[in-house]
Design a binder for this molecule. Structure first.
Ligand SMILES: [Zn+2]
Length: 280
């Protein structure tokens, strides 16, 4: 299948393009996509129960028992994506235009050097160990539909001090982009689970992240809560939407009390704030 220019032109202005390719498969599964197809955004999909889901031709898992799935788009996702679903009866696919986002550059100075360019061997070993913990937790693939009912903000009141995505220059050194949304609030402010899920990591003192909790919302969608001063949910525990999971702090690499809220889908970095209010 190749997406023709004509197909693109025909749907100009619409974020979701018409099904690509002219050949209709008589028993193709349903494929309905809704959401925010932009860099850092997502789509919720509806198809046949347990349909295989493919993103850009690569199988990324199966739809839930009721046919729901989610696909996330990375901060730097290319302009065009293709979502397909496959059952033994047929294949359906849609080309999707991914809206670009212009990201700022953000400079933060005065951070302790061991938070920006650590060199102590024992610290490097600790960072490696903690990375392995995070990688394992981000690999969690809970078979739930916890994402489908939508997300609320993890803090009831907060000031957004950093958006998702700016390129960061820490103590003058260019670093990876900021993959979270920073929400400033007084130390001790309760953090609530923005959607139901399975807690897959709850570590009180990570070098960079400080008190860190990870929640698996199903389909490879994992949210992260950094810099907490206290935690109220343990790994292995299921949480409900609105349930307290911890408290705002300034542990790890933080210049003041805030919650850094992050979200990933199968290794892609997403803007969690785009999820607020959306439902499948
Ligand atoms: Zn942050």
């Amino acid at each position: 299948m190749s997406l023709t220019r004509r197909a693109l032109t025909r749907s100009a202005g619409a974020a979701l393009l018409a099904p690509a390719g002219g050949r209709a498969e008589p028993a193709a599964p349903p494929l309905v996509l809704t959401g925010k197809p932009q860099q850092g955004g997502f789509l919720f999909g509806r198809s046949a129960p347990r349909a295989q889901v493919l993103a850009d031709g690569v199988e990324v898992g199966r739809a839930s028992a009721s046919g729901l799935f989610v696909v996330g788009f990375d901060r730097d996702a290319p302009a065009l994506a293709e979502i397909s679903v496959r059952t033994p009866q047929g294949l359906a696919r849609q080309a999707v235009q991914i809206a670009p986002v212009a990201y700022d550059v953000q400079r933060i100075d005065g951070l302790p050097e061991d938070q920006v360019a650590p060199s102590d061997p024992a610290l490097l070993e600790r960072i490696r160990r903690e990375l392995a913990l995070k990688t394992a937790a981000l690999g969690s693939r809970d078979d739930s539909e916890d994402f489908a009912g939508g997300f609320i903000w993890p803090l009831e009141h907060a000031i957004r001090t950093s958006a998702f995505g700016p390129q960061r220059i820490l103590n003058g050194v260019p670093k990876t982009p900021h993959y979270g949304v920073d929400l400033a609030a007084p130390e001790g402010t309760p953090i609530r689970a923005p959607a139901p899920g399975l807690v897959v990591l709850a570590e009180p003192a990570m070098h960079f992240e400080g008190g860190l909790t990870l929640i698996d919302h199903g389909q490879g969608l994992v949210s992260m809560y950094l810099h907490q001063s206290a935690q109220q949910a343990a790994a292995g525990q299921r949480v409900a939407r609105g349930q307290m999971i911890g408290a705002v702090g300034r542990t790890g690499r933080a210049t003041g009390p805030h919650l850094c809220w992050r979200m990933t889908w199968r290794g892609r970095h997403m803007d969690p704030s785009l999820m607020v209010g959306a439902s499948a």
